[in-house]
Design a protein around this ligand. Structure first.
Ligand code: SF4
Length: 321
């Protein structure tokens, strides 16, 4: 397999065969992210892509889903996506869906008719690192799009029937901004149809612009308690049926919920943490995180899941009860 540089996939695609369609990120300007800082964007040549498909075919000839790696595979042109999607079908005749990361910026350049055709060819399951639905936070993070852009582009996906997933990041609005960020994001996301929402929490790493801003006093990170309160507010204000996966390594206390059914249960779990843990205890966990890819290479570029930590923390919690 032709994997170069950092290879990421979201935790929920852990059982999906992966293939490198692109590597690196076309944007590289999000202020909290340094993941692909030293890795230029590259499209895998078709020869490499086909050779990898042939290899996957040898081991999993009946694979029904593929995950295309790289932060920006959906940045490829319609024709390039079409060629690759059709080529996948040449090798993996049972493959029904091809999932990947996509940015709102990458959807912008595609017409609804093109999205419909891509959907018909099997492209489905776009992980979109929205991080927030609040203009103030999107601007602070330098995401390169607005809440209105998110709404407009995701409505195109809805029209085309392409399933998509959002990422929400607590703490990104900085100290005192969590409540506003949660309410505005929940309001926007509630107008759309994310199949699930994955939640991470901001971890400031030294090689990011946001870290430099914090050093200069231009950004004050939210405390850990504020982040959990932010997550509670976000969950309280979401008015859609969706799955919430707040169980990545960056979340102090991992929770998952089938909303709206689990709303009260998960809110009270988070309240239990607020009632029993101190800010210092939670902060110690955050400062122990060394990198986005700590101990794992199968997470998304927006922080990831570390199963062992998640399970041990759950055990700890169960023991305390
Ligand atoms: S968060 Fe995603 S889009 Fe932003 S710079 Fe990092 S990899 Fe690129």
């Amino acid at each position: 397999m032709h994997f170069t540089g950092r290879t990421w996939r979201p935790p929920y695609e852990a059982n999906t065969p992966i293939i490198q369609a692109t590597s690196g990120c076309t944007y590289q300007n999000c202020r909290f992210c340094s993941l692909f800082k030293d890795e230029p964007f590259r499209m895998s040549p078709m020869e490499e892509f086909e050779a990898d498909l042939a290899e996957i075919k040898r081991y999993q000839p009946y694979a029904r889903r593929l995950f295309w790696t790289g932060a920006s595979p959906f940045a490829m042109s319609y024709d390039n996506l079409k060629l690759r999607a059709l080529t996948v079908r040449d090798y993996l005749i049972k493959c029904q869906s091809m999932a990947m990361f996509a940015s709102i910026r990458d959807i912008k350049g595609k017409e609804v008719w093109q999205l419909k055709k891509l959907r018909a060819m099997g492209i489905n399951g776009l992980s979109i690192g929205t991080e927030s639905g609040s203009d103030k936070t999107l601007s602070l993070a330098n995401k390169g799009y607005t809440a209105a852009d998110i709404a407009e582009q995701c409505r195109k996906l809805d029209e085309a029937g392409i399933e998509y997933y959002f990422v929400y990041m607590t703490g990104l609005a900085g100290k005192g901004g969590g409540y506003r960020n949660a309410v505005e994001s929940a309001e926007l996301f509630s107008q759309l149809n994310p199949y699930f929402i994955s939640v991470d929490s901001l971890t400031l790493f030294p090689d990011t612009e946001l870290f430099a801003m914090a050093q200069r006093g231009e950004f004050t990170p939210a405390g850990e308690r504020e982040r959990i309160e932010e997550l509670q507010t976000f969950i309280s204000h979401l008015q859609i049926r969706t799955h919430l996966l707040a169980n990545s390594v960056s979340n102090y206390y991992p929770v998952t919920a089938n909303l709206p059914y689990d709303r009260e249960k998960v809110l009270s779990e988070l309240q239990y943490v607020l009632d029993t843990k101190s800010e210092a205890e939670m902060l110690a966990f955050r400062t122990g995180l060394k990198s986005l890819g700590q101990d794992t290479q199968e997470n998304g570029p927006h922080n990831g899941e570390k199963t062992a930590v998640r399970q041990s923390k759950k055990k700890l919690r169960d023991q305390e009860r």
